[in-house]
Design a protein around this ligand. Structure first.
Ligand code: AMP
Ligand code: MG
Length: 491
Protein backbone atom coordinates (compact mmCIF):
# COMPACT_ATOMS: atom_id res chain seq x y z
CA UNK A 1 0.00 0.00 0.00
CA UNK A 2 1.18 3.47 -0.79
CA UNK A 3 0.17 6.65 0.88
CA UNK A 4 -0.50 9.89 -0.92
CA UNK A 5 1.37 11.47 1.93
CA UNK A 6 0.38 15.00 1.08
CA UNK A 7 -2.73 16.99 0.40
CA UNK A 8 -1.58 17.88 -3.14
CA UNK A 9 -3.48 14.85 -4.40
CA UNK A 10 -6.74 16.07 -2.91
CA UNK A 11 -8.30 19.44 -3.15
CA UNK A 12 -8.70 21.49 -0.01
CA UNK A 13 -11.28 20.43 2.52
CA UNK A 14 -11.16 16.71 1.87
CA UNK A 15 -9.59 14.69 4.59
CA UNK A 16 -10.13 10.99 5.02
CA UNK A 17 -10.82 9.55 8.42
CA UNK A 18 -10.86 5.94 9.57
CA UNK A 19 -13.48 6.23 12.23
CA UNK A 20 -15.21 2.87 11.74
CA UNK A 21 -11.84 1.11 11.57
CA UNK A 22 -10.77 2.80 14.80
CA UNK A 23 -13.97 2.51 16.85
CA UNK A 24 -14.95 -0.99 15.74
CA UNK A 25 -11.66 -2.70 15.09
CA UNK A 26 -13.16 -6.15 15.80
CA UNK A 27 -15.36 -5.65 12.74
CA UNK A 28 -12.74 -4.16 10.41
CA UNK A 29 -9.90 -6.08 8.79
CA UNK A 30 -7.27 -3.73 7.33
CA UNK A 31 -6.85 -4.77 3.73
CA UNK A 32 -5.69 -3.51 0.39
CA UNK A 33 -7.29 -3.32 -3.02
CA UNK A 34 -5.96 -5.29 -6.00
CA UNK A 35 -3.99 -3.38 -8.60
CA UNK A 36 -6.03 -2.51 -11.69
CA UNK A 37 -3.89 -3.47 -14.71
CA UNK A 38 -5.32 -0.87 -17.10
CA UNK A 39 -7.78 1.48 -15.36
CA UNK A 40 -10.20 3.41 -17.59
CA UNK A 41 -12.76 5.82 -16.19
CA UNK A 42 -16.23 4.90 -17.48
CA UNK A 43 -18.29 7.46 -15.57
CA UNK A 44 -17.61 10.11 -12.94
CA UNK A 45 -20.21 11.93 -10.84
CA UNK A 46 -18.73 15.42 -10.95
CA UNK A 47 -21.28 17.17 -8.70
CA UNK A 48 -20.86 14.47 -6.05
CA UNK A 49 -17.06 14.65 -6.32
CA UNK A 50 -17.18 18.39 -5.81
CA UNK A 51 -19.52 18.05 -2.82
CA UNK A 52 -16.97 15.69 -1.27
CA UNK A 53 -14.16 18.17 -1.82
CA UNK A 54 -12.57 16.00 -4.52
CA UNK A 55 -11.43 17.78 -7.66
CA UNK A 56 -13.02 16.08 -10.73
CA UNK A 57 -9.95 16.96 -12.83
CA UNK A 58 -7.73 15.19 -10.32
CA UNK A 59 -10.01 12.15 -10.21
CA UNK A 60 -9.71 11.85 -14.00
CA UNK A 61 -5.89 11.76 -13.78
CA UNK A 62 -3.88 8.55 -13.55
CA UNK A 63 -3.37 9.19 -9.84
CA UNK A 64 -7.07 9.93 -9.38
CA UNK A 65 -7.98 6.58 -10.96
CA UNK A 66 -5.70 4.89 -8.44
CA UNK A 67 -7.59 6.65 -5.66
CA UNK A 68 -10.93 5.56 -7.16
CA UNK A 69 -9.78 1.94 -7.36
CA UNK A 70 -8.22 1.93 -3.90
CA UNK A 71 -4.62 1.35 -4.91
CA UNK A 72 -3.55 4.82 -3.81
CA UNK A 73 -4.49 5.22 -0.18
CA UNK A 74 -4.93 8.86 0.79
CA UNK A 75 -3.56 10.18 4.05
CA UNK A 76 -5.84 9.43 7.00
CA UNK A 77 -7.56 6.50 5.30
CA UNK A 78 -7.36 2.93 6.59
CA UNK A 79 -9.04 0.67 4.03
CA UNK A 80 -10.85 -2.18 5.74
CA UNK A 81 -13.09 -5.10 4.89
CA UNK A 82 -16.12 -4.79 7.16
CA UNK A 83 -17.50 -7.81 8.97
CA UNK A 84 -21.23 -8.46 8.96
CA UNK A 85 -23.62 -11.37 9.18
CA UNK A 86 -27.10 -11.64 7.69
CA UNK A 87 -30.22 -13.60 6.93
CA UNK A 88 -30.23 -14.54 3.27
CA UNK A 89 -33.64 -15.60 1.93
CA UNK A 90 -34.62 -16.30 5.52
CA UNK A 91 -31.57 -18.36 6.49
CA UNK A 92 -28.94 -17.14 8.94
CA UNK A 93 -25.39 -16.63 7.65
CA UNK A 94 -23.17 -15.79 10.65
CA UNK A 95 -20.21 -14.53 8.62
CA UNK A 96 -20.65 -12.67 5.35
CA UNK A 97 -18.66 -9.42 5.32
CA UNK A 98 -17.09 -7.50 2.47
CA UNK A 99 -16.06 -10.32 0.16
CA UNK A 100 -15.37 -8.02 -2.75
CA UNK A 101 -15.49 -4.57 -1.24
CA UNK A 102 -13.52 -2.26 1.02
CA UNK A 103 -14.38 0.75 3.11
CA UNK A 104 -11.72 3.29 2.11
CA UNK A 105 -12.62 5.66 4.94
CA UNK A 106 -14.91 8.53 5.79
CA UNK A 107 -14.93 12.07 4.43
CA UNK A 108 -16.83 15.16 5.51
CA UNK A 109 -18.81 16.73 2.68
CA UNK A 110 -19.51 20.39 1.95
CA UNK A 111 -22.56 20.26 4.24
CA UNK A 112 -20.52 18.87 7.12
CA UNK A 113 -21.90 15.32 6.87
CA UNK A 114 -19.63 12.34 7.48
CA UNK A 115 -19.80 9.95 4.51
CA UNK A 116 -18.27 6.57 3.74
CA UNK A 117 -16.22 6.13 0.58
CA UNK A 118 -16.40 2.47 -0.36
CA UNK A 119 -15.09 0.33 -3.21
CA UNK A 120 -16.99 -2.56 -4.77
CA UNK A 121 -15.07 -5.05 -6.91
CA UNK A 122 -11.66 -4.32 -5.37
CA UNK A 123 -10.45 -7.91 -5.02
CA UNK A 124 -10.51 -10.83 -2.63
CA UNK A 125 -10.61 -10.29 1.14
CA UNK A 126 -10.69 -12.62 4.15
CA UNK A 127 -14.51 -12.67 3.66
CA UNK A 128 -14.46 -13.83 0.03
CA UNK A 129 -15.21 -17.50 0.69
CA UNK A 130 -15.40 -19.12 -2.78
CA UNK A 131 -15.81 -15.80 -4.63
CA UNK A 132 -13.20 -14.06 -6.75
CA UNK A 133 -13.67 -10.67 -5.07
CA UNK A 134 -14.36 -9.01 -8.40
CA UNK A 135 -17.17 -7.14 -10.10
CA UNK A 136 -17.87 -6.55 -13.78
CA UNK A 137 -18.72 -3.47 -15.81
CA UNK A 138 -22.45 -4.17 -16.43
CA UNK A 139 -23.63 -4.63 -12.82
CA UNK A 140 -21.47 -1.78 -11.50
CA UNK A 141 -22.89 0.60 -14.11
CA UNK A 142 -26.37 -0.70 -13.24
CA UNK A 143 -25.79 0.30 -9.62
CA UNK A 144 -24.49 3.69 -10.77
CA UNK A 145 -27.55 4.34 -12.96
CA UNK A 146 -30.20 3.09 -10.55
CA UNK A 147 -28.73 4.66 -7.40
CA UNK A 148 -28.35 8.06 -9.07
CA UNK A 149 -31.89 7.76 -10.45
CA UNK A 150 -33.18 6.96 -6.95
CA UNK A 151 -31.35 9.96 -5.54
CA UNK A 152 -32.87 12.20 -8.20
CA UNK A 153 -36.32 10.79 -7.38
CA UNK A 154 -35.73 11.93 -3.80
CA UNK A 155 -35.46 8.40 -2.38
CA UNK A 156 -32.72 7.88 0.25
CA UNK A 157 -29.88 5.88 -1.24
CA UNK A 158 -26.19 5.29 -1.36
CA UNK A 159 -24.61 7.35 -4.15
CA UNK A 160 -22.24 6.45 -6.95
CA UNK A 161 -19.08 8.47 -7.43
CA UNK A 162 -17.45 6.59 -10.31
CA UNK A 163 -17.10 3.35 -12.20
CA UNK A 164 -13.60 2.47 -13.39
CA UNK A 165 -12.97 -0.46 -15.73
CA UNK A 166 -9.95 -2.26 -14.32
CA UNK A 167 -8.65 -3.87 -17.50
CA UNK A 168 -8.87 -7.21 -15.72
CA UNK A 169 -10.93 -9.93 -17.42
CA UNK A 170 -13.38 -11.57 -15.04
CA UNK A 171 -14.68 -15.07 -15.56
CA UNK A 172 -18.43 -15.40 -15.26
CA UNK A 173 -20.56 -17.49 -17.65
CA UNK A 174 -18.35 -15.79 -20.21
CA UNK A 175 -15.32 -13.56 -19.72
CA UNK A 176 -16.42 -10.02 -18.90
CA UNK A 177 -14.56 -6.76 -18.30
CA UNK A 178 -13.84 -6.09 -14.61
CA UNK A 179 -14.78 -2.84 -12.86
CA UNK A 180 -14.71 -1.07 -9.51
CA UNK A 181 -17.63 1.07 -8.32
CA UNK A 182 -16.70 3.86 -5.92
CA UNK A 183 -19.72 4.27 -3.67
CA UNK A 184 -20.63 6.96 -1.16
CA UNK A 185 -23.01 6.33 1.73
CA UNK A 186 -23.92 7.93 5.01
CA UNK A 187 -22.58 4.65 6.39
CA UNK A 188 -22.37 0.97 5.56
CA UNK A 189 -23.90 -0.12 8.86
CA UNK A 190 -26.40 -2.86 8.10
CA UNK A 191 -28.88 -4.91 10.10
CA UNK A 192 -26.34 -7.66 9.40
CA UNK A 193 -23.63 -5.64 11.17
CA UNK A 194 -25.70 -5.88 14.37
CA UNK A 195 -26.38 -9.56 13.79
CA UNK A 196 -22.62 -10.06 13.56
CA UNK A 197 -21.85 -8.07 16.72
CA UNK A 198 -24.74 -9.76 18.57
CA UNK A 199 -23.52 -13.15 17.44
CA UNK A 200 -20.10 -12.67 19.03
CA UNK A 201 -21.76 -12.59 22.46
CA UNK A 202 -19.65 -9.52 23.29
CA UNK A 203 -22.21 -7.04 24.61
CA UNK A 204 -19.52 -4.38 24.86
CA UNK A 205 -18.92 -4.60 21.09
CA UNK A 206 -22.65 -4.53 20.42
CA UNK A 207 -23.01 -1.42 22.58
CA UNK A 208 -20.09 0.29 20.83
CA UNK A 209 -21.64 -0.47 17.45
CA UNK A 210 -25.01 0.90 18.60
CA UNK A 211 -23.33 4.02 20.00
CA UNK A 212 -21.49 4.50 16.71
CA UNK A 213 -24.80 4.19 14.80
CA UNK A 214 -26.56 6.62 17.13
CA UNK A 215 -23.79 9.16 16.83
CA UNK A 216 -23.71 8.95 13.04
CA UNK A 217 -27.41 8.70 12.23
CA UNK A 218 -29.72 9.36 15.15
CA UNK A 219 -27.93 11.64 17.63
CA UNK A 220 -31.26 12.49 19.32
CA UNK A 221 -31.55 8.87 20.46
CA UNK A 222 -28.58 9.46 22.78
CA UNK A 223 -30.81 11.77 24.86
CA UNK A 224 -33.67 9.25 25.16
CA UNK A 225 -34.39 7.34 28.37
CA UNK A 226 -33.40 4.13 26.57
CA UNK A 227 -31.07 5.16 23.72
CA UNK A 228 -30.93 1.68 22.18
CA UNK A 229 -34.70 1.34 22.03
CA UNK A 230 -34.77 4.85 20.55
CA UNK A 231 -32.23 3.70 17.93
CA UNK A 232 -34.47 0.79 17.02
CA UNK A 233 -37.51 3.07 16.80
CA UNK A 234 -35.64 5.51 14.57
CA UNK A 235 -34.47 2.77 12.19
CA UNK A 236 -38.01 1.35 12.08
CA UNK A 237 -39.40 4.76 11.12
CA UNK A 238 -36.67 5.32 8.51
CA UNK A 239 -37.26 1.92 6.89
CA UNK A 240 -41.05 2.34 6.92
CA UNK A 241 -40.62 5.60 5.06
CA UNK A 242 -38.00 4.15 2.67
CA UNK A 243 -40.00 1.10 1.66
CA UNK A 244 -43.13 3.23 1.18
CA UNK A 245 -41.11 5.35 -1.25
CA UNK A 246 -39.95 2.23 -3.11
CA UNK A 247 -43.54 1.07 -3.44
CA UNK A 248 -44.75 4.46 -4.64
CA UNK A 249 -42.02 4.57 -7.29
CA UNK A 250 -42.56 0.95 -8.38
CA UNK A 251 -39.07 -0.07 -7.30
CA UNK A 252 -38.26 -3.72 -6.56
CA UNK A 253 -35.00 -4.15 -4.64
CA UNK A 254 -34.78 -7.86 -5.39
CA UNK A 255 -32.58 -9.07 -2.56
CA UNK A 256 -33.74 -7.65 0.77
CA UNK A 257 -31.51 -9.85 2.89
CA UNK A 258 -30.69 -8.34 6.28
CA UNK A 259 -27.13 -7.63 5.12
CA UNK A 260 -28.65 -5.42 2.42
CA UNK A 261 -30.70 -3.27 4.81
CA UNK A 262 -29.05 -0.16 6.20
CA UNK A 263 -29.34 1.42 9.63
CA UNK A 264 -29.31 4.87 7.98
CA UNK A 265 -32.49 4.16 5.98
CA UNK A 266 -30.68 4.45 2.64
CA UNK A 267 -31.29 1.97 -0.17
CA UNK A 268 -28.16 -0.17 -0.58
CA UNK A 269 -26.72 -2.95 -2.75
CA UNK A 270 -28.33 -2.66 -6.13
CA UNK A 271 -28.13 -6.17 -7.53
CA UNK A 272 -31.12 -7.75 -9.20
CA UNK A 273 -33.25 -4.62 -8.77
CA UNK A 274 -35.74 -3.28 -11.31
CA UNK A 275 -38.65 -0.88 -11.67
CA UNK A 276 -42.11 -2.19 -12.56
CA UNK A 277 -43.02 -1.99 -16.20
CA UNK A 278 -46.68 -3.10 -16.32
CA UNK A 279 -48.29 -2.90 -12.87
CA UNK A 280 -48.06 -6.32 -11.22
CA UNK A 281 -48.15 -6.70 -7.44
CA UNK A 282 -46.47 -10.12 -7.68
CA UNK A 283 -43.59 -8.87 -9.85
CA UNK A 284 -40.25 -10.61 -9.20
CA UNK A 285 -37.28 -9.87 -11.40
CA UNK A 286 -34.45 -11.70 -9.66
CA UNK A 287 -33.55 -14.99 -11.30
CA UNK A 288 -32.70 -16.56 -7.93
CA UNK A 289 -35.89 -15.52 -6.10
CA UNK A 290 -37.92 -18.54 -7.14
CA UNK A 291 -40.47 -18.33 -4.32
CA UNK A 292 -41.05 -14.60 -4.80
CA UNK A 293 -39.92 -13.78 -1.25
CA UNK A 294 -38.81 -10.31 -2.36
CA UNK A 295 -41.61 -9.62 -4.86
CA UNK A 296 -42.92 -6.05 -5.22
CA UNK A 297 -45.87 -6.54 -2.87
CA UNK A 298 -43.86 -8.45 -0.24
CA UNK A 299 -41.35 -5.66 0.35
CA UNK A 300 -43.08 -4.04 3.35
CA UNK A 301 -43.54 -7.42 5.06
CA UNK A 302 -39.93 -8.33 4.39
CA UNK A 303 -38.71 -5.02 5.79
CA UNK A 304 -40.68 -5.72 8.95
CA UNK A 305 -39.22 -9.24 9.10
CA UNK A 306 -35.71 -7.79 8.82
CA UNK A 307 -36.45 -5.28 11.57
CA UNK A 308 -37.48 -8.16 13.83
CA UNK A 309 -34.00 -9.66 13.26
CA UNK A 310 -32.51 -6.25 14.09
CA UNK A 311 -34.53 -6.11 17.33
CA UNK A 312 -33.37 -9.61 18.27
CA UNK A 313 -29.75 -8.52 17.94
CA UNK A 314 -30.38 -5.49 20.15
CA UNK A 315 -32.28 -7.31 22.94
CA UNK A 316 -29.34 -7.39 25.40
CA UNK A 317 -29.15 -3.60 25.13
CA UNK A 318 -32.89 -3.02 25.60
CA UNK A 319 -33.15 -4.57 29.05
CA UNK A 320 -31.30 -6.96 31.38
CA UNK A 321 -34.42 -9.09 31.80
CA UNK A 322 -34.96 -10.95 28.50
CA UNK A 323 -38.79 -11.06 28.81
CA UNK A 324 -38.89 -7.31 29.33
CA UNK A 325 -36.56 -6.74 26.39
CA UNK A 326 -38.77 -8.85 24.11
CA UNK A 327 -41.89 -6.93 25.17
CA UNK A 328 -40.17 -3.64 24.39
CA UNK A 329 -39.07 -4.91 20.98
CA UNK A 330 -42.57 -6.12 20.12
CA UNK A 331 -44.16 -2.82 21.09
CA UNK A 332 -41.62 -0.85 19.07
CA UNK A 333 -41.93 -3.08 16.01
CA UNK A 334 -45.70 -2.61 16.15
CA UNK A 335 -45.18 0.96 14.92
CA UNK A 336 -43.84 -0.20 11.55
CA UNK A 337 -47.20 -1.02 9.92
CA UNK A 338 -48.79 2.23 11.01
CA UNK A 339 -45.79 4.26 9.85
CA UNK A 340 -45.58 2.42 6.55
CA UNK A 341 -49.30 2.83 5.84
CA UNK A 342 -49.25 6.51 6.73
CA UNK A 343 -46.23 7.16 4.49
CA UNK A 344 -47.66 5.18 1.59
CA UNK A 345 -51.10 6.83 1.85
CA UNK A 346 -49.60 10.30 2.02
CA UNK A 347 -47.42 9.53 -1.00
CA UNK A 348 -50.35 8.14 -2.95
CA UNK A 349 -52.47 11.19 -2.14
CA UNK A 350 -49.70 13.34 -3.64
CA UNK A 351 -49.46 11.08 -6.70
CA UNK A 352 -53.15 11.66 -7.45
CA UNK A 353 -52.83 15.38 -6.77
CA UNK A 354 -54.87 15.43 -3.54
CA UNK A 355 -52.09 15.75 -1.00
CA UNK A 356 -54.05 17.78 1.49
CA UNK A 357 -57.36 15.96 1.13
CA UNK A 358 -58.88 13.93 3.93
CA UNK A 359 -57.70 10.32 3.96
CA UNK A 360 -61.27 9.17 4.55
CA UNK A 361 -62.16 10.62 1.15
CA UNK A 362 -59.05 9.56 -0.77
CA UNK A 363 -58.59 6.09 0.69
CA UNK A 364 -61.59 4.45 -1.06
CA UNK A 365 -60.65 6.32 -4.24
CA UNK A 366 -57.11 4.92 -4.09
CA UNK A 367 -58.41 1.40 -3.44
CA UNK A 368 -60.59 1.66 -6.50
CA UNK A 369 -57.69 3.02 -8.57
CA UNK A 370 -55.62 -0.03 -7.64
CA UNK A 371 -58.47 -2.29 -8.77
CA UNK A 372 -58.28 -0.52 -12.13
CA UNK A 373 -54.49 -0.91 -12.20
CA UNK A 374 -54.75 -4.59 -11.25
CA UNK A 375 -57.31 -5.32 -13.96
CA UNK A 376 -55.71 -3.27 -16.74
CA UNK A 377 -52.01 -3.69 -15.82
CA UNK A 378 -50.88 -0.47 -17.51
CA UNK A 379 -47.28 0.68 -17.47
CA UNK A 380 -47.02 1.90 -13.85
CA UNK A 381 -44.82 4.96 -14.42
CA UNK A 382 -46.61 6.13 -17.58
CA UNK A 383 -49.99 5.73 -15.90
CA UNK A 384 -49.21 8.06 -13.01
CA UNK A 385 -47.33 10.53 -15.18
CA UNK A 386 -50.27 10.57 -17.59
CA UNK A 387 -52.75 11.12 -14.79
CA UNK A 388 -51.74 14.78 -14.57
CA UNK A 389 -53.00 15.13 -18.15
CA UNK A 390 -56.31 13.66 -17.02
CA UNK A 391 -56.41 16.18 -14.17
CA UNK A 392 -56.03 18.91 -16.82
CA UNK A 393 -58.90 17.43 -18.81
CA UNK A 394 -57.09 15.24 -21.35
CA UNK A 395 -57.40 11.56 -20.42
CA UNK A 396 -56.09 10.13 -23.71
CA UNK A 397 -52.60 9.21 -22.49
CA UNK A 398 -54.02 7.23 -19.58
CA UNK A 399 -56.98 5.70 -21.44
CA UNK A 400 -54.61 4.42 -24.14
CA UNK A 401 -52.77 2.39 -21.51
CA UNK A 402 -55.93 0.55 -20.44
CA UNK A 403 -57.62 -2.23 -22.42
CA UNK A 404 -61.05 -1.24 -21.03
CA UNK A 405 -61.02 2.40 -19.93
CA UNK A 406 -64.69 2.59 -18.82
CA UNK A 407 -63.97 1.98 -15.16
CA UNK A 408 -61.26 4.62 -15.30
CA UNK A 409 -63.63 7.16 -16.86
CA UNK A 410 -66.11 6.68 -14.03
CA UNK A 411 -63.33 6.93 -11.44
CA UNK A 412 -61.82 10.01 -13.08
CA UNK A 413 -65.10 11.89 -12.97
CA UNK A 414 -65.34 11.57 -9.19
CA UNK A 415 -61.61 12.24 -8.77
CA UNK A 416 -61.65 15.39 -10.90
CA UNK A 417 -64.54 16.74 -8.85
CA UNK A 418 -62.12 16.90 -5.90
CA UNK A 419 -59.85 19.30 -7.80
CA UNK A 420 -56.54 17.42 -8.18
CA UNK A 421 -53.47 19.65 -8.43
CA UNK A 422 -51.82 18.69 -11.76
CA UNK A 423 -48.71 20.80 -11.12
CA UNK A 424 -48.06 18.94 -7.89
CA UNK A 425 -48.55 15.62 -9.69
CA UNK A 426 -45.83 16.56 -12.18
CA UNK A 427 -43.46 17.04 -9.28
CA UNK A 428 -44.05 13.61 -7.73
CA UNK A 429 -44.78 11.33 -10.71
CA UNK A 430 -41.55 10.90 -12.70
CA UNK A 431 -41.45 11.00 -16.48
CA UNK A 432 -38.11 9.18 -16.56
CA UNK A 433 -37.08 6.15 -14.53
CA UNK A 434 -34.33 3.67 -15.44
CA UNK A 435 -36.59 1.51 -17.55
CA UNK A 436 -35.42 -2.07 -17.80
CA UNK A 437 -35.06 -2.16 -21.59
CA UNK A 438 -33.11 1.12 -21.57
CA UNK A 439 -30.81 -0.02 -18.76
CA UNK A 440 -30.06 -3.24 -20.64
CA UNK A 441 -29.42 -1.30 -23.84
CA UNK A 442 -27.03 1.12 -22.07
CA UNK A 443 -25.17 -1.68 -20.26
CA UNK A 444 -24.77 -3.79 -23.40
CA UNK A 445 -23.38 -0.80 -25.30
CA UNK A 446 -21.04 0.19 -22.43
CA UNK A 447 -19.76 -3.37 -22.04
CA UNK A 448 -18.90 -3.25 -25.75
CA UNK A 449 -17.10 0.08 -25.23
CA UNK A 450 -19.79 2.60 -26.31
CA UNK A 451 -20.70 5.00 -23.50
CA UNK A 452 -23.05 7.28 -25.43
CA UNK A 453 -26.27 5.53 -24.44
CA UNK A 454 -25.21 5.41 -20.80
CA UNK A 455 -24.69 9.17 -20.88
CA UNK A 456 -28.13 9.81 -22.43
CA UNK A 457 -29.91 7.54 -19.99
CA UNK A 458 -28.19 9.24 -17.05
CA UNK A 459 -29.17 12.62 -18.44
CA UNK A 460 -32.82 11.55 -18.49
CA UNK A 461 -33.05 9.80 -15.12
CA UNK A 462 -31.08 12.34 -13.10
CA UNK A 463 -33.82 14.97 -13.78
CA UNK A 464 -36.81 12.65 -13.62
CA UNK A 465 -39.64 15.13 -13.17
CA UNK A 466 -38.59 17.65 -15.79
CA UNK A 467 -39.96 16.40 -19.12
CA UNK A 468 -37.76 17.55 -21.99
CA UNK A 469 -38.14 17.42 -25.77
CA UNK A 470 -35.86 14.90 -27.43
CA UNK A 471 -36.12 12.42 -24.57
CA UNK A 472 -39.44 10.83 -25.60
CA UNK A 473 -38.05 7.31 -25.85
CA UNK A 474 -36.87 7.56 -22.23
CA UNK A 475 -40.44 8.23 -21.10
CA UNK A 476 -42.03 5.49 -23.20
CA UNK A 477 -43.06 2.04 -21.98
CA UNK A 478 -41.06 -1.01 -22.98
CA UNK A 479 -41.72 -2.28 -26.50
CA UNK A 480 -44.31 -5.08 -26.73
CA UNK A 481 -41.82 -7.90 -27.20
CA UNK A 482 -39.83 -6.99 -24.06
CA UNK A 483 -40.08 -9.27 -21.03
CA UNK A 484 -40.53 -11.20 -18.90
CA UNK A 485 -37.53 -9.37 -17.48
CA UNK A 486 -34.96 -11.32 -15.46
CA UNK A 487 -32.12 -9.84 -13.43
CA UNK A 488 -29.11 -11.49 -11.84
CA UNK A 489 -27.21 -10.87 -8.62
CA UNK A 490 -24.34 -8.53 -9.31
CA UNK A 491 -21.50 -11.03 -9.20
P1 AMP B 1 -24.68 -9.46 -2.13
O1 AMP B 1 -25.56 -10.50 -2.72
O2 AMP B 1 -23.99 -8.61 -3.14
O3 AMP B 1 -25.37 -8.64 -1.09
O4 AMP B 1 -23.49 -10.23 -1.40
C1 AMP B 1 -23.66 -11.20 -0.40
C2 AMP B 1 -22.32 -11.64 0.12
O5 AMP B 1 -21.55 -12.28 -0.91
C3 AMP B 1 -21.42 -10.52 0.64
O6 AMP B 1 -20.71 -11.02 1.73
C4 AMP B 1 -20.52 -10.23 -0.53
O7 AMP B 1 -19.29 -9.64 -0.14
C5 AMP B 1 -20.29 -11.63 -1.09
N1 AMP B 1 -19.93 -11.63 -2.51
C6 AMP B 1 -20.71 -11.30 -3.55
N2 AMP B 1 -20.02 -11.42 -4.71
C7 AMP B 1 -18.77 -11.81 -4.40
C8 AMP B 1 -17.58 -12.11 -5.17
N3 AMP B 1 -17.55 -12.01 -6.50
N4 AMP B 1 -16.48 -12.49 -4.48
C9 AMP B 1 -16.50 -12.59 -3.15
N5 AMP B 1 -17.56 -12.34 -2.38
C10 AMP B 1 -18.70 -11.95 -2.99
MG1 MG C 1 -24.87 -7.02 -0.13
Amino acid sequence: MTSAGSSTALSDGCLFDGRFARELAEMAIPWQADEAPDPQLLVLNEPLATALGLDPGYLRSAEGLRLLTGTLVPGGATPVAQAYAGHQFGWPAPRLGDGRALLLGEVTDARGRLLDVHLKGSGRTPFSRGGDGLAVVGPMLREYIVSEAMHALGIPTTRSLAVVATGRPVLRETTLPGAVLTRVASSHLRVGSFEYAGGTGDTGLLRRLADHAISRHYPDAAEAGNPYLALFQAVTAAQASLVAQWMLAGFVHGVMNTDNMTISGETIDYGPCAFLDAFDPAAVFSSIDEAGRYSYRNQPVMAEWNLARFAESLLPLFHDVPEQAVGMAQDALGAFRRQYSAAWSAGMRAKIGLRDADDAVTSPLVDELFEILGAGRPDYTSFFRGLAGAARGDSDAVRNLLPEPDAFDAWAERWRALGPDAGMMDRVNPAYIPRNHLVEEALDAATAGDLVRLGRLLEAVTSPYDERPGLERYAAAAPDGFGPYRTFCGT
